[in-house]
Design a protein around this ligand. Sequence first.
Ligand SMILES: *[C@@H]1O[C@H](CO)[C@@H](O)[C@H](O)[C@H]1NC(C)=O
Length: 228
Amino acid sequence: MNLFLFGLLICVSSSSTSAGKVRYDNYTLYRLTPKNEREVNLLKNIEESNPSGYDFWTSARSVGTPVDILIPPQSGNALRTISSMFGMHTEVLIENIQEKIDQEAGSLEGSGDFDWTKYNTVEEINQWLESLVDKYPRIVTLIKGGSSYENRDIIGVKVSYSSKNQNKAVWIDSNIHAREWIAGAVNTFILNEILTNKDIRNVAESHDWYIFPVINPDGYSYTFTKVR
Ligand SMILES: *[C@@H]1O[C@H](CO)[C@@H](O)[C@H](O)[C@H]1NC(C)=O
């Protein structure tokens, strides 16, 4: 990529931090789909040059595989210029990501109890795990895997229907990538199914399950309170 293109990518530093959470007003999520190796390499070069404020949700991998990039408002023109110079297929997936963050934040203000109609904080998830031990004392054991850098407990559970310790173990952890909230939601959902779904008794009871919904509690917490 030539210097001119790099020059286009440079932009004023990004998001306004007020006292609380970082905001992403008018940040736009673009989807670029490279149609040949040249465009794949262009996208790789852009990611490697790490332009300020660009957030690659997916990396360029191969021809035809879409690449999603969140871009600050002041950089939108530059990106559109580059992609149109190359004739690269470009679409806007989300015009203003802050609107989505606000919608999501509204849905977080639930009862404070754990459920699957909202995303749960690490505290809500840990409380729910502890409640499972009370509810299924012979089946669920709490495991404190350790402490995080910021001194949060890294909590998981073992689910075992057999005391013989001969079952094959299944390990499922999530939210090591802190902002991928959906992963922890899926993981806790699986845990709930293992405990409650009558249709999967066989698989549930023939394995020992080790489940850690939030293996990176500091990062997870950070995405709730500081930077989504
Ligand atoms: C976002 O864009 C709209 C429309 O262009 C504009 O009115 C608004 O001031 C922008 N918001 C911020 C925080 O830059």
